[in-house]
Design a protein. Structure first.
Length: 128
């Protein structure tokens, strides 16, 4: 189970960092509404540029914190929790704009993975 937790930490971190650092201005089938990039997607959801930067910073910091968790375990649960909350928000936004199911997939998978990381961390690591 320890290896599953570590695999999920790596997958969530790398996928989120990939989306927010390298695919930000690229079109994908997962963008909300008819958005062609991340800034347009936030506009589709009715969110302004400030929210774009706040959410982006939280996601990048949380993803980085999950990677730090390989060396400093205390960052795992807080970062996975923040990621789970952000992914719940992403799912709500997809619902609000009536997106088709495929567009929910990445946020849904990241939510389930983040919750699994929290569960596995709590059940594997001894609590003090």
């Amino acid at each position: 189970m320890k290896y599953l937790k570590e695999l999920l930490m790596l997958v969530v971190s790398l996928l989120v960092l990939n989306v927010w650092l390298f695919r930000l201005n690229k079109e994908t089938i997962y963008r909300g509404g008819d958005a062609l990039n991340m800034i347009e997607e936030f506009a589709v959801y009715g969110l302004n540029e400030t929210m774009f930067y706040i959410i982006g910073a939280l996601k990048v910091l949380s993803a980085t914190g999950l990677l730090v968790g390989f060396f400093y375990k205390k960052t795992i649960v807080p970062c996975a929790s923040i990621m789970a909350v952000l992914m719940c928000g992403a799912i709500v936004m997809h619902f609000r704009v009536d997106d088709e199911a495929i567009k929910f997939l990445p946020a849904g998978l990241m939510l389930v993975s983040s919750l699994a990381i929290i569960y596995l961390d709590r059940s594997i690591e001894p609590q003090s």
